[in-house]
Design a protein around this ligand. Sequence first.
Ligand SMILES: *Cc1c(COP(=O)(O)O)cnc(C)c1O
Length: 497
Amino acid sequence: MRSHLLNETTADLYRRSVTEGVDRVAAKLATTERPHTGISVDELAPVIASIDLDTPLADTAAALDELEGVYLRDAVYFHHPRYLGHLNCPVVIPAVVGEAVLSAVNSSLDTWDQSIGGTLIERRLIEWTARRIGLGEGADGIFTSGGSQSNFHALLLARDEACRIVMKRSLDRGVELTKAELLPKLRIFTSEASHFSVQKSAAMLGLGYEAVISVPVDRNRRMDTSVLALELENLAAEGLFPMAVVATAGTTDFGSIDPLPEIARLASEHSAWMHVDAAYGCGLLVSPTRRHLLDGIEHADSVTVDYHKSFFQPVSSSAMLVRDRDTLKHATYHADYLNPRRMAEERIPNQVDKSIQTTRRFDALKLWMTLRVMGADGLGSLFDEVIDLAAAGYEVIEADPRFEVVVRPQISTLVFRYVPTEGEYRADLLDEAQLHARKALFASGEAVVAGTKVDGRQYLKFTLLNPQTTTSDIAAVLDLLAAHAEQFLGESLAVHR
Ligand SMILES: *Cc1c(COP(=O)(O)O)cnc(C)c1O
């Protein structure tokens, strides 16, 4: 069994085995004609259940043969131009090379003594990202597992900063306020179109879902800052405190970017932490032509970026950046066995001091390889291409009488719905037609689209992150969706007749 350990005696097996795996994936990429086969859970579950995990196969080749039938054949391939579902990007090759290196070397970025070099590379990339955002000289941050964790981490810091400041202010007036008394009084403001991880974070932070005040959005699905201003004004009268304002730079559904400069002004006026969730919109940081769409982000106290969305990186690759590195201390704990205080005094760079994880992947290497091979402009121009595609796709849907589209996209999503060109249908039946069209399309494997609700009604969604997708793909998928929706409505009429 020792022959399976990766070490100086097994270099050949390592090279052969990894190459075999790479060959299978390469063959798959070359032959996928659809995003996936359309297999159902009921068909696939018994195949996986039947595998005897206590009886291994002869070798890697045999395991890869088996993997074909349990995974590779039916997986969803995000590189396919008709995968228009969620915020999954096709990945760039330098990042995949980085992934192979980082898992083989297997550094763990919690402490310097497990990650020599890796820690410094991660720090350079955090510095690079913070500079692109414009956070200033005091900035810092950390790689995380994803946008949800980044948002949670940022709000943890925001909560503890709010407690520190409010408790101190209170004490200055001679009133002692405990954290337990204060927590139920903290409020987080975010738009109706923001990501649900804001609500989840509030719950995990002991504030409850009720702590989140949803601010309405305007026609373009951007936070309505006049309402935010009023809500902030009213808070003090209720004896409550504004812990944070979470702005979204690229909402998951619409790609809309909240008015960042105005939100920054209001947050500052009310001494609230400003967090910008740029999980999706962060790609604009490298866009050669559209960086200005993020103007105002430089005022943030913290920012979430998901490189695994708009930087074409494999999952996971995300970061949370802060304006003031001192605030990271709210997640610091000195464990005697790992990162004793003494090490911090000796200025040994232990990233665990800043992270809510302990053992942590060297995800930064993927972005490093990407920047070293493609450069920032190269990466940004790929994101620009999908933004251009979305603009062209908007015109296609807008011109199609079978569909109505909600907003002209700021980034790269299109939210729309099928509307019959003739006949009157009940609203709930039309909602079902959208759901049916999405489901039937998924079951066919021909294309993948997403769905969402807008003002209570069911809609369909294209998330465009693949520069290979064309307007012909968009037109073809619209035809498929319309056919499924028409068939559904036709059948339901026949039933009701
Ligand atoms: C995707 C997304 C998140 C969550 O990020 P994960 O990496 O999926 O955890 C948070 N905010 C926004 C705006 C997103 O689009």
